[in-house]
Design a protein around this ligand. Structure first.
Ligand code: ADP
Ligand code: MG
Length: 321
């Protein structure tokens, strides 16, 4: 059985990249952001049984623990550079560690991010990743910049991860091809790093969808002290989600489901013509789904033209306390 230092040495020693003055091995890592840039710092904790089931593939756990953090950096317009990993493990199972480290490394390499340190202890399985990125002070994307008249845009498609989770929990049964399409959205979401960078100086406000479109739009609107209209017809859904909706599924259910990790942003209307070039640069579809208005809350226009006020519900860990 591997000891603590063997584990670190064997599984979590990866090549070090940009801005790493001193990587893992000392008491601290030493990091150098480029002159004039601000550090953007974010943490997410994933706990077995809460964020992923006991039987989840270790590769997916490693990947997703990083993906959710890179998504936060993207939403702030930051360039991801470094991460630390806090890991508590019930036991040092080699196959699990190899899978976990492999999933983590795949995404680290894709975005040229260095694992610069961490902590490894025994305990119930939990993973805490802290990610650091850099962003010029005048290019930061915040939740608070939306103004009445701005367009509300979303990347990719919405609700795939929510549908996959319902299938996993046995609540819906999906045809095999539909499952093949939505499962990766839940297990291995693509953080929209290139889009976050492309939106610098373009979007007036931005947030990533981790708790659900309505909940996260609600956060952005609250931070900006504005309201919004949303057109359900305009919301981009994948083919499996459309099929489920056509069969009577409740769209509000998916607009309140988390884990999409798409970016939701607002755009001054005179910049609408830039959307197609932005989509091209970022390699993901961008869709206008509504408009920022004065006031508070979200009004949702259904395809029949009816307007309903929706509660910005989403996932809340302490919501039932
Ligand atoms: P200390 O006792 O000084 O906190 P540790 O013994 O916890 O140091 O860790 C030794 C070194 O290994 C440190 O540089 C730490 O950042 C690094 N490290 C520990 N766990 C991990 C991990 N899971 N991934 C990457 N680096 C790690
Ligand atoms: Mg330590």
């Amino acid at each position: 059985m591997a000891g603590e230092f063997d584990i670190i040495q064997r599984y979590f020693r990866f090549p070090q990249g940009q801005g790493v003055v001193l990587g893992p091995g000392d008491d601290c890592a030493l990091l150098a952001p480029e002159p004039g840039q601000q550090l953007a710092v974010t943490s997410d904790v994933l706990v077995e049984g809460v964020h992923f089931p006991e039987e989840a593939a270790p590769d997916c756990i490693g990947y997703k623990a990083l993906a959710v953090n890179l998504s936060d950096l993207a939403a702030q317009g930051a360039e991801p550079l470094w991460v630390t990993l806090g890991l508590t493990l019930p036991h040092a199972e080699e196959a699990w560690l190899a899978g976990f480290a492999g999933g983590l490394r795949r995404l680290l390499e894709r975005h040229h991010v260095s694992l610069v340190g961490g902590d490894t202890t025994r305990g119930p399985l939990a993973i805490a990743v802290t990610a650091l990125g850099q962003v010029p002070p005048d290019a930061v994307l915040r939740r608070s910049g939306a103004s009445p008249g701005d367009l509300i845009c979303v990347s990719g498609t919405v609700g795939d991860a929510g549908l996959a989770l319902m299938a996993l929990q046995g609540e819906v049964s999906l045809p095999a091809d539909a499952w093949q399409q939505v499962a990766p959205r839940l297990h291995a979401p693509e953080p929209r790093v290139a889009l976050g960078l492309a939106l610098r100086g373009v979007a007036s406000a931005c947030i990533d969808i981790s708790d659900g479109l309505l909940a996260d739009l609600g956060h952005l609107l609250d931070a900006s002290a504005v309201g919004a209209v949303l057109r359900l017809e305009a919301v981009p859904f994948s083919a499996p989600v459309r099929q489920w909706l056509d069969a009577g599924g409740d769209p509000l259910r998916l607009l309140s489901a988390g884990d999409d990790y798409e970016l939701l942003f607002t755009l001054p209307p005179e910049r609408e013509a830039r959307l197609s070039a932005l989509a091209e640069t970022a390699g993901v579809a961008l869709t206008v789904i509504g408009e920022v208005q004065q006031g508070t809350g979200i009004r949702l226009f259904t395809p029949s033209g009816e307007a309903v006020r929706v509660k910005p519900l989403g996932y809340d860990h302490f919501g039932n306390d």
